[in-house]
Design a protein around this ligand. Structure first.
Ligand code: SAM
Length: 235
């Protein structure tokens, strides 16, 4: 099977209405990612077929959860995950991708320009320094930090009535239980864990959905000295 065939087989199961216009953009993004990765640390995944399954199709699995959202922020997007695949698929949604590393944001701006995407911007920033409190209808994040730290970075940016989807390893139950009190203080409802198998693969992951039900107290987020990345398992 070629990368194009794998992508088409996967995407037609996840978002049958829109996938056909997006395939060329995904393949161009993959080429740019693998090329730039030779000179810059963007991803540990260097096999083109794995870029399709572990990056593109994994991220596409949450497209149905956010396709009707108005404005979405991706915290710690790195080389654009999950935000860029979502922006390719959900063209009526506005996306803001942020990362603390300028070089990754410079790369993403090159990709956004080459793909001609009009619904996404990439910004060099630390999440805890953003001034846009409670302005996003949804937030997403993958492999950035432990859920309690991540919720403190993310929930202040989400409107009451909005939601945060954290993409996590399959075995995230303990991490979620430990974060539940912090999430409540930050204005979030009880987290809901949904495990899923990435289409056309045996990769099992979890999405943790947190609905924002109350304002976040203004003292959050605090400034974090160092954030250690949260592994996804098998990535
Ligand atoms: N989300 C991407 C993915 O799934 O491939 C990248 C994950 S990478 C392990 C974690 C990223 O989070 C890094 O690019 C790092 O620069 C970024 N990051 C860590 N702390 C951050 C913060 N406080 N604000 C913004 N970005 C942050």
């Amino acid at each position: 099977m070629t990368e194009r065939e794998l992508l088409i087989k996967g995407l037609e199961q996840i978002c049958p209405e829109v996938y056909s216009q997006t395939v060329d953009n995904f393949l161009k993004f993959s080429d740019m990612l693998l090329e730039k990765n030779k000179v810059m640390n963007l991803t540990a995944i260097t096999e083109p077929m794995e870029v399709i399954s572990r990056h593109f199709l994994d991220c596409a699995m949450i497209a149905p959860d956010i396709i009707s959202e108005e404005k979405v922020i991706d915290i710690g997007t790195g080389a654009g995950f999950p935000g860029l695949p979502l922006a390719i698929l959900c063209q009526d949604t506005e996306f803001v991708l942020i990362d603390a590393l300028r070089k990754r944001i410079d790369f993403l701006n090159e990709v956004i320009s080459q793909l001609g995407l009009k619904n996404v911007i990439a910004i060099h920033a630390r999440a805890e320094e953003l001034k846009e409190r409670q302005s996003f209808s949804a937030a997403v994040s993958r492999a950035v930090a432990d859920l309690s730290v991540l919720s403190e970075l993310t929930l202040p940016l989400v409107k009451v009535g909005g939601k945060f989807i954290a993409m996590k390893a399959q075995d995230c139950q303990d991490e979620v239980i430990k974060a539940t009190k912090a999430i409540e203080i930050l204005g979030g409802a009880k987290p809901i864990i949904k495990t899923y198998t990435v289409v056309e693969s045996d990769i099992v992951r979890a999405k943790v959905e947190i609905n924002k039900i109350k304002d976040t107290p203004s003292k959050y987020p605090r400034r974090f000295a160092k954030i250690s990345a949260a592994p996804l398992g098998g990535k």
